[in-house]
Design a protein around this ligand. Structure first.
Ligand code: GLN
Length: 537
């Protein structure tokens, strides 16, 4: 990211009415249209949860944990930011309340407040501001999304912190965007603005006047008469109110913002240069996403959680993107790993699949189903991609097929006679604690002649990681006898990073999480390879 030494402009994005209406996508899309004008943009999520990071949050409720290159365990919005900005972000892009509270409390214990009463205002708010200012350094624009909705008790300190920042920096350097929701009332056939009015009033009560309103809605776009109405009640200029009805693809949102000419407003208000934007890449992405291709590939995702798309968001997104590159539709089929070993209907699903993915996961629930799916892929030569846990269960499956009936990972069976997957030495005793895994970027060297090397087209790769267990080196000499080969290792040779099946059209597994590196305009080779293997069959 290009760094320049000048006053960074801040765009604060808050939400009203209700959460989950796409505030993250909206914030990311603002970043997209500004970056397309040649501005350097950073983006940060302030999350009001008292957690220190997203590492220990339940992915079923909160959505997947997104891992940055420097190993931060963050909210899935950071993944949206990376895909929309096409930049690698860092820990600086994710601030949960717990992290900043911990810092304040640690400073208090260390005597840094020198006898003062330590308070939410000004101490916690100052610590928040320091964190935001630090993340913004060197960028033309820094976008800050405040999680949750205005009015939540938890988010008050963040809102107060950004209010104080805007006073210090002045109106030329700060801009507030409020994302509201317009519910549709079927009985009268109209969109109602009252909840949005109340949400703006709540923000005003906290001392923040929005400059821009983004009005999300479902179904068709609301009639434009809502704009003068919203403007009158909120004090926001009509040209700064953008209607954002549900898009057919999230990648359409930057184009909708362009049509609304909101970048003109933003750049004028913040005295930023407003070059003609290059949105060609986005037009291509949207076109790919909306094309219905001739062929459809059915990919089974063998999962423990099967009711929330957000739990495996990056995996699904990587698959869809790989589909565009191969000009196929990807039909994602949930297979419930927990019931798979005993439910014949669930087992019958396997036969309908063109390819299988076992994504990352933790804990014993659903493991036998995942081992069964890997065994099925080996037996029937079905293209298979194993992501982190997907490598580990493939190793267990291959070992059991070769006669080691009790083979397992010590994560699932502490007393297994054949621990083909076991705790990394550095991880012993750290189970169930946050931020202690092998996290973030690690290099891997790929074996000459391996399918992995062919897929990546290079010897040295860097992928993001999040794991505590690893392939047990004691069994490395047996791989060949099990029909496998270690196709990628850490530079010092001690950790097997990738394993593949020898006599198989495509059976690639990795200890890493390649899904985090897939970008809409740059699909990941392991995912495109999986679909290509199906097409070549
Ligand atoms: N539970 C496994 C480990 O800790 C796999 C982790 C993952 O899939 N991210 O090693």
């Amino acid at each position: 990211m290009a760094a320049r030494a000048k006053q960074t402009k801040f765009i604060f994005v808050t939400g009203g009415v209700l959460s989950g209406v796409g505030k993250g996508i909206t914030a990311a899309s603002i970043g997209t249209i500004l970056k397309a004008r040649g501005l350097s943009v950073n983006i940060q999520k302030c999350d009001p949860y008292l957690n220190v990071d997203a590492g220990l949050l339940n992915p079923r409720e909160h959505g997947e944990v997104f891992v940055t290159k420097d190993g931060a365990e963050t909210d899935l919005d950071v993944g949206h930011y990376e895909r929309f900005l096409d930049e690698d972000l860092t820990q600086a892009s994710s601030l949960m309340s717990g992290r900043v509270l911990l810092k304040v409390i640690e400073d208090e214990r260390a005597g840094k407040y020198q006898g003062e009463d330590v308070q939410i205002i000004p101490h916690l708010t100052a610590a928040i501001q320091d964190n935001i200012t630090e993340a913004a350094k060197g960028f033309d624009v820094h976008i800050v999304e405040i999680g949750g909705t205005v009015g939540d008790i938890e988010s008050l300190s963040f809102l107060e912190a950004i209010r104080e920042m805007s006073l210090k920096l002045g109106p030329d350097n700060c801009l507030f965007v409020q994302v509201v929701y317009l519910p549709y009332l079927g009985t009268s056939g109209e969109f109602k603005t009252k909840p949005a009015q109340n949400a703006v009033r709540e923000l005003l009560r906290l001392g923040i006047a929005p400059d821009i309103l983004m009005a999300r809605s479902e179904f068709k776009p609301p009639a434009r008469v809502v704009i003068p109405k919203l403007s009158m009640f909120s004090g926001v200029e009509q040209r700064a109110i953008v209607l954002l009805p549900n898009a057919q693809t999230i990648y359409q949102v930057p184009l909708t913002l362009e049509e609304a000419k909101i970048a003109d407003f933003i750049t004028q208000r913040l005295n930023l240069r407003n070059h003609k934007p290059d949105m060609n890449a986005w037009h291509r992405i949207v076109k790919s996403a909306l094309t219905r291709y001739r062929k459809t590939i059915r990919v089974g995702v063998i999962a423990k959680y099967t009711d929330n798309q957000d739990t495996y968001f990056c995996v699904f997104e990587a698959l869809r993107t790989a589909g565009w590159a191969n000009e196929v539709n990807v039909d994602i089929v949930w297979v419930n790993a927990e019931i798979l070993p005993r439910d014949s209907k669930e087992q019958a699903k396997l036969e309908t699949l063109d390819a299988i993915i076992v994504p990352g996961g933790f804990g014993p629930r659903g493991i036998e189903g995942k081992v069964l799916a890997a065994t099925y892929a080996l037996d029937n030569k079905v293209p298979y991609l194993g992501l982190c846990l997907g490598l580990q269960v493939a190793l267990i499956a291959a070992a059991r097929r070769a006669g080691l009936k009790g083979a397992n990972s010590t994560e699932f069976d502490k007393s297994t006679p054949d621990p083909v997957v076991s705790t990394m030495a550095e991880q012993i005793g750290k189970e169930n604690t946050g931020g202690t895994m092998r996290l973030g970027d690690y290099t891997c060297l790929l074996e000459r002649g391996s399918a992995a090397r062919k897929a990546y087209g290079q010897e040295k790769i860097v992928e993001r990681h999040r794991h505590r267990y690893e392939a047990n080196n004691k069994y490395r000499d047996s791989y060949e006898a099990w029909g496998l080969k270690g196709s990628g290792v850490s530079p010092d040779g001690t950790l097997v990073e990738m394993i593949e099946a020898i006599d198989h059209p495509y059976f690639l597994t990795t200890q890493a999480h390649p899904e985090f590196l897939s970008r809409p305009a740059r699909p990941h080779p392991l995912f495109t390879g999986l679909l290509r293997a199906v097409l070549n069959k």
